[in-house]
Design a protein around this ligand. Sequence first.
Ligand SMILES: Cc1cc2nc3c(=O)[nH]c(=O)nc-3n(C[C@H](O)[C@H](O)[C@H](O)COP(=O)(O)OP(=O)(O)OC[C@H]3O[C@@H](n4cnc5c(N)ncnc54)[C@H](O)[C@@H]3O)c2cc1C
Length: 382
Amino acid sequence: MLSAMRSEIVIIGGGVIGCASAAIMASRGARVLLVERTDIAAGASGRNLGAIQHPFDPALAPLYHESLSRYRALADGSGEFSIASEPAGLLLLNRDEEEAAAQVERQREAVPELDPVLLGPDDVARLEPSLSPGFAAVRLSTGFPVPPASATMAWARLAEERGARIRLGQAARPVVENGAVAGVELADGSQIGADRVLVAAGPWTPELLDPSGGWTRIRATWGVTVQLRLDGAAPTHIVEEDEVDTINRSHTATAHAVAAGDGDPPSLFSLASAGGLSTLGSTFLPAEPDPSRVAALLLRRGVEFLPAIGDAEVVERRLCARPQSIDGRPFIGAVPGVRGLFVCAGHGPWGISTGPASAAIAARAILDGTAPPPELSAGRRL
Ligand SMILES: Cc1cc2nc3c(=O)[nH]c(=O)nc-3n(C[C@H](O)[C@H](O)[C@H](O)COP(=O)(O)OP(=O)(O)OC[C@H]3O[C@@H](n4cnc5c(N)ncnc54)[C@H](O)[C@@H]3O)c2cc1C
């Protein structure tokens, strides 16, 4: 029995997507309820690297640019969230200067707007003296470091200020009757009526769209990060191993894991520093790993890139799952076959960087019936 308490729109999931969607729809006057099973930013939205950066995919680049504008507006109205006016810059590190030179050519072709520049080891040492000597790098004009949970917390606060209600500590699932959404059922068995439901549950989205397991367009890739206090040794750039433009290929994780066999799980060095803490990443694993084992590996590898990691205070070891879609792009908009059911999920490694613009597309689909761009639509052929 659906309760008399009705919401126009229920959002399932309090990550960056759910919270930004709630804020955007509430600003349009919609009556919004967001239901989160644990806490705001409990998943990847609170445990990511904290880098707002270009996603190396022409279909996602407009989402990054629009998200940056939305973050600037968010920062203007918030005492807690801030974003720099210029990017800190992204350094893709490579021990082999010739490979770095080849990479810079590829990046000039692929993302000329990021003004790729080749840096020799002396330039790298001058820009970031705490890095190990001998690295060449490609510098890209992108990368805004922010504390990992800050964007999502700020969207949630804005959503509430605009009148959205947030209910924490209860899992929800859509209730579908006669081919149309009727509301959501909470874990305690109570139900809330709604004629539109947005599923923004990150890697848990598939089980909510189709409990029988038939919707398999998103799966989890597990990431471990370590938060450190590096103080004066924290690089000002976001620094990453020179493979970052490949991390959104959906099979990279599996291929790496298989290649690694029983040895150390594969990882890519990355480090972003904001708000006095540095976040060291990360892994792209198809199964949930043991975080302390992986954290030890990250620290060991990290020292090769930045010796000060060896002496840094470890503040926290963190595990979370990315919502990795089959083709590396999110699924946004109406879910075919169920009237009133919408989705916005599958942002893989770029959800903080592209989430607010995705949320705006979802909001327009829900409130105005606008179709998302075909390459992002929930019902696209793969
Ligand atoms: C290690 C790591 C580093 C990353 N670094 C970056 C980065 O630097 N830059 C970047 O742009 N992106 C990064 N990402 C990716 C980014 O974090 C994700 O794409 C993004 O956070 C996904 O947001 P979301 O809202 O879709 O999902 P989530 O953050 O997973 O949120 C989904 C929420 O739904 C809730 N939920 C699930 N099921 C239910 C239910 N039945 N009822 C109610 N609530 C439910 C969960 O508790 C969760 O809070 C990183 C990811 C990882 C794992």
